[in-house]
Design a protein around this ligand. Structure first.
Ligand code: HEM
Length: 488
C-alpha cells in the first residue's frame, strides 16, 4: 500500500516488491525478458523496479529503445555505470575511463581496421582456424559423437578473433599463456563486480595481474614493431599505432594496448554466445542445417571451394541464421545508463529523476508479435523474400534506409526507433557488428561443410538461457550430437 500511496504521480509505476533493497533483483535476474514482458502487460512500456537497491526505470518498445539509446550526452551517460567493471579489465584511459568525446575518437580509430578490405583478408584466416580446430581437437577425432558445444564455440571465437584482429604473433600466444590470462580478465565481468570490483578478492587479484601482464605483452609488441618497421602488417595494432587524436597527440602505447584488450573482450562473449546458440538451434532443426549445406552447393558449386569474403553475399540463408538468432538471443539483454538531469519521457507524464538508473531492453520489441509474426519461433527464412513470418513493419526490416548521424566514429542511424537492435544504437552503438557478422557467417559456413548436427534425443527442443552472467548464454551442459559429413 505504501508503495502506491507515497508514490510521486509523475514518476513511472513501480513493480511491487516485498523487500526494499532486494526489490525485484531475484525475479529480474532469473529471466529478464520474461520479467519485462510480464510487467509491461500490467504497467505499460515505462516502469520502475528495484535492482540491487537501485531504482531502475526501463523504457520498452521502439520508442523506448530510441529514448534511451539516442539519449543526449547532457541527459544520459554510460561511463558512470560501466566504468567500475570495465576499467580494471581493459585498463586506464580507454572506453569508459575517459570522456565520451575521447571514446568516440577511439571508436573511429578501431573502425578503420574493420573495413571491407580487412574483411577480405579475415575470411580465409577464420576459415583456416575453424578447419584446423576440428582437425586437432580430441573431442572431434571420431566419426560422430556428443559434445557440450558452448566451450568449443568459445575457443573457436577467441582463436578466430585474435588471429584476424590482432595478427598471427598474438594468436600463437593464445595456445600458450594468453588464453588463461584472458580467462582471469573475464572474471572481472561477473555481475557481483558491479558491487565488489574494488575488493581484494582472489579473482580480483588475478584479474589485475592478468590486466598488467596482457597490457605489457601488447606494449612490448608495439615497441618491437616500432623498432622494426619491416614487421608491419596492416592489422588493428598497426592502425592504432598510426592514429592521432584531433588535438594532434599520437595514441599512447598503453592506450593502444588497452584498446586491443577492449576489442577482444567486447566481442568475445557476444560472438561466442551467439555461435553457441546457432549450433544448438541447428541441432534442433537438422533440416535447416541441410538447407544451409544445399545453399552453399547451389551458390558455390558442388566442390565447395575455399570460402572468400565475396561468397558470403551469395549465401542469404547463412546470413539470416545470424540475424534470426540475434533476434531471439541477443546476448546483451539489458543496456544501462546513468541519468544526469531529470528526464521527461516523451508522450507520457513521467519524469525520471536522477537517482534512477535508465535501462533499455531491445530484445523485448524484437520478440513482440506486433513486429514479428510467431515471435517465439526461430525461423531464419523470415528474413528472406515471401516468408509468411516476415517482419510486419518496414522499420523492422532494417534501419539501413534511415537518416544518418555522425557521433564521431562514422555514420549511424539517427533514430533508434527500430524494434530490432541487437547491436544497440546511437553514440554507443557496436562498432563490431560487421566483423561479428563476417566471423559468424564464416564459422557457420565452415561447420555446415564439415558436420551434421542433431539433438541427442532427436527432438526439436531448444535448451534454456543462463542469465547468471552479464551476457546471456545457453544453459550448460548443452550437448549436441555431431556426425562428420565425410570420413575423417
Ligand atoms: C557496443 C552488441 C560484437 C565491439 C555494443 C552494444 C551492443 C553490442 C548491444 C551497445 C552497448 C551499449 O549501448 O551500452 C554486440 C553483439 C555482438 C558484438 C550482439 C556479436 C554478436 C562485437 C565485436 C566487437 C565489438 C566483435 C569488436 C570487434 C563493441 C564496442 C562497442 C560495442 C567497441 C562500443 C561501446 C560503447 O560505445 O559504449 N555491442 N557486439 N562488439 N561493441 Fe559490440
Amino acid at each position: 500500500l505504501s508503495q502506491t500511496l507515497f508514490k510521486n504521480p509523475n514518476e513511472p509505476p513501480v513493480v511491487f516488491h516485498w523487500f526494499p533493497v532486494i526489490g525485484s533483483t531475484v525475479t529480474y535476474g532469473m529471466d529478464p525478458p520474461r520479467f519485462f514482458k510480464e510487467h509491461r502487460e500490467k504497467l505499460g512500456d515505462v516502469f520502475t523496479f528495484v535492482l540491487l537497491g537501485r531504482k531502475t526505470t526501463v523504457c520498452l518498445g521502439p520508442a523506448g529503445n530510441d529514448f534511451v539509446l539516442n539519449g543526449k550526452i547532457r541527459d544520459v551517460n554510460a561511463e558512470d555505470i560501466y566504468t567500475v567493471l570495465t576499467t580494471p579489465v581493459f585498463g586506464r584511459d580507454v572506453v569508459y575511463d575517459c570522456p565520451n568525446a575521447k571514446l568516440m575518437e577511439q571508436k573511429k580509430f578501431m573502425k578503420v581496421a574493420l573495413t571491407t578490405e580487412a574483411f577480405r583478408q579475415y575470411v580465409p584466416i577464420i576459415s583456416e582456424e575453424v578447419t584446423s580446430y576440428f582437425k586437432r581437437t580430441a573431442d572431434f577425432k571420431a566419426q560422430s559423437g556428443v559434445v557440450n558445444i558452448p566451450p568449443k564455440m568459445a575457443e573457436i571465437t577467441i582463436f578466430t578473433a585474435s588471429h584476424a584482429l590482432q595478427g598471427k604473433a598474438i594468436r600463437e600466444q593464445f595456445d600458450e599463456s594468453l588464453a588463461a590470462l584472458y580467462h582471469d580478465l573475464d572474471m572481472g565481468f561477473s555481475p557481483i563486480n558491479f558491487t565488489f570490483h574494488w575488493a581484494p578478492l582472489p579473482w580480483n587479484n588475478r584479474r589485475d595481474h592478468a590486466q598488467r601482464t596482457v597490457a605489457k605483452l601488447y606494449m612490448d609488441t608495439i615497441k618491437r614493431r616500432r623498432a622494426n618497421p619491416e614487421l608491419d602488417a596492416q592489422d588493428m595494432m598497426f592502425h592504432l599505432m598510426n592514429s592521432s587524436y584531433k588535438n594532434g597527440v599520437r595514441v599512447p602505447d598503453h592506450e593502444i594496448a588497452h584498446m586491443m584488450i577492449a576489442l577482444l573482450m567486447a566481442g568475445q562473449h557476444s560472438s561466442s554466445s551467439t555461435s553457441s546458440w546457432i549450433m544448438l538451434l541447428l541441432a534442433s532443426r537438422p533440416d535447416i542445417m541441410e538447407d544451409l549445406y544445399q545453399e552453399q552447393v547451389n551458390a558455390l558449386g558442388p566442390d565447395l571451394p575455399p570460402l572468400q569474403y565475396e561468397d558470403l553475399a551469395k549465401l542469404p540463408l547463412n546470413a539470416a541464421i545470424i540475424k534470426e538468432t540475434l533476434r531471439l538471443h541477443a546476448p546483451i539483454h539489458s543496456i544501462m545508463r546513468a541519468i544526469k538531469q531529470p528526464l521527461h519521457v516523451p508522450g507520457t507524464k513521467f519524469v525520471i529523476p536522477t537517482n534512477h538508473v535508465l535501462m533499455s531492453a531491445p530484445g523485448v520489441s524484437a520478440s513482440d508479435p506486433v513486429f514479428f509474426p510467431n515471435p517465439d519461433l526461430w525461423d531464419p527464412h523470415r528474413w528472406l523474400p515471401d516468408s509468411p513470418n516476415a517482419p510486419t513493419l518496414a522499420r523492422a526490416q532494417d534501419d539501413e534506409e534511415e537518416e544518418k548521424i555522425d557521433y564521431g566514429y562514422g555514420l549511424v542511424s539517427k533514430g533508434a526507433a527500430s524494434p530490432y537492435l541487437p547491436f544497440g544504437a546511437g553514440r554507443h552503438r557496436c562498432i563490431g557488428e560487421q566483423f561479428a557478422n563476417v566471423q559468424l557467417q564464416t564459422i557457420v559456413a565452415e561447420i555446415v561443410r564439415l558436420f551434421k548436427f542433431r539433438n541427442v534425443d532427436g527432438s526439436n527442443k531448444v535448451i534454456g538461457t543462463d542469465y547468471a552472467s552479464l551476457f546471456s548464454r545457453p544453459l550448460e551442459p548443452a550437448n549436441i550430437h555431431w556426425e562428420r559429413r565425410e570420413k575423417a
